[in-house]
Design a protein around this ligand. Structure first.
Ligand code: EPZ
Length: 418
């Protein structure tokens, strides 16, 4: 089993160039299917989820050249509209392809998407939105067959601001006649990046980042040059990581406004945090303490994708704090692993209570999903002694060059192959 080995106790100091955002790169790569000609994407993070998406696009016949953070995608050579089950199961984001394939081919064959084991993660909102556009959906035992080559733009109100459903409907609406309004749409910055990419290709979408997105359909989309936005979740993860070890960090190439809820908590705890155009600097002063109640919520609230990492920090400085996970129903599994390291926390169905601050001690622990795994890495670096984090595969889904970046900050971490 591939694992990370960590020797805790070092104070992390240094800087990180923030990589491109996983949750922007994936929907943008899916959206290339609705374009003709070459797309030149920069800032593509070298993570396994992007590798999975590249495998899917290549299986559909797309031509892809990928070197470092630069990727060329040309879908003119596409021959397929059916994604194989194995590739579908590799990650949840494959479901975005449904909307993109409908725009390109007028049909899509997908199986239920895979994804981190952080909850049921149904796709009912995706499918209901597509049906309102006129998509006909039939089910076989394992597959969904989506058909719709004469979609009609309409008003679609989401019962909940689902990120994926918003993006999927945006992509399907590209081929619909007239305008589609997505009301109560998700406001995540990654959706703004998707809108910007599509508009650079000749699309006409407005309102991303607000509660209503308007898509003008049936516009010819031609591949473009686009730089993927920086990954606010990677940035927040390293911010918390450095401070959990009592250190300091400079994050370059990040818009601090995207991390406002986290920065607010860190400043209230007593950390020195300075921000400016394109950077965040933070430093531990040694006396940090906080008793806070944190609720995860859709953007611009506190992001669920930083909930496990923040909890790892609070086990050390957050006596009496509570962290409520309001978005995914199985995103607290990392808690039991933190308890193996001495964390004095109570785990309930949807919340973690930090009873007392304790020094963490190294242990053999197991990652069970992407962000929970990142929290365990943080805990291992902050702990005394040695920690083994098994299931490195989960963490590699969303963090590029993790061991290089941590080693560059002065942390001691190595990786075992299988
Ligand atoms: C996206 O997932 C992100 N993934 C997630 O990041 C992120 O945690 C999540 O948005 C929330 O911000 C990507 O962008 C690739 P949702 P998504 O649809 O689209 C329920 C990470 O760690 N729901 O906003 O799946 C769902 O079960 C990953 O980088 C339905 O009930 O999130 C969940 O409880 C994890 N029916 C809630 O809504 C639906 O049809 C939010 O899901 C769709 C969603």
């Amino acid at each position: 089993m591939d694992s990370y080995h960590i020797k805790g106790g070092n104070v992390l100091r240094g800087y990180i160039e923030v990589s491109g955002a996983k949750n922007a790169a994936l929907p943008i790569l899916a959206a290339t299917v609705a374009t003709r000609g070459e797309n030149l994407l920069r800032g593509c993070p070298e993570i396994s989820d992007v590798h999975s998406m590249v495998r899917i696009l290549r299986s559909l016949g797309c031509t892809i050249k990928w070197e470092g953070e630069k990727m060329s995608v040309n879908t003119d050579s596409m021959t397929e509209c059916r994604i194989s089950d194995g590739l579908m199961k590799e990650m949840r984001s494959s479901v975005f392809l449904a909307g993109a394939l409908l725009s390109r081919c007028g049909e899509a064959v997908i199986s239920n998407p895979g994804g981190c084991n952080i909850g049921k993660r149904p796709i009912d909102m995706h499918l209901n939105g597509l049906k309102q556009l006129g998509v006909h959906i039939s089910h076989t035992e394992d597959h969904l067959l989506l058909q719709g080559s004469d979609l009609e733009g309409t008003d679609i109100t989401l019962p909940y601001p689902s990120v994926g459903a918003t993006e999927n409907i945006m992509l399907a609406a590209l081929s619909a006649k007239g305008c589609t309004r997505i009301i109560n749409s998700a406001r995540e910055p990654e959706i703004v990046d998707l809108q910007n990419y599509i508009n650079k290709c000749g699309g006409k979408i407005e309102g991303a980042g607000t509660g209503m997105i308007i898509v003008e359909g049936r516009r010819q989309l031609t591949g473009c040059c686009h730089k993927i936005m920086p990954d606010r979740i990677e940035a927040g993860t390293y911010l918390i990581m450095a401070l959990a070890t009592g250190g300091e960090i400079l994050l370059k190439g990040i818009d601090h406004r995207l991390l406002a809820p986290l920065i607010d908590i860190l400043q209230k705890a007593g950390y020195r945090v300075e921000t400016g155009y394109g950077f965040i600097y933070a430093c531990a002063l040694g006396k940090e303490k906080i008793c806070c109640k944190v609720d995860t919520s859709p953007y611009p609230g506190f992001p669920t994708d930083l909930q496990p990492q923040l909890t790892a920090l609070l086990t050390v400085i957050g006596e009496g704090s509570a962290v409520n996970e309001n978005i995914f129903e199985k995103r607290l599994k990392y808690g039991e692993q933190l308890k193996k390291m001495g964390a004095d926390i109570e785990i309930y169905e949807k919340k973690v209570i930090i009873k007392n601050n304790k020094i963490l001690y190294g242990a053999d622990i197991v990652a069970q999903d992407l962000r929970g795994g990142a929290a365990l890495i943080i805990a291992g670096l902050a702990a005394q002694g040695e920690t083994t984090v098994a299931n490195a595969k989960y963490i590699k889904r969303g963090y590029s060059r993790l061991t290089n970046k941590i080693t560059g900050l002065g942390g001691v971490i190595t990786e075992d192959g299988n």
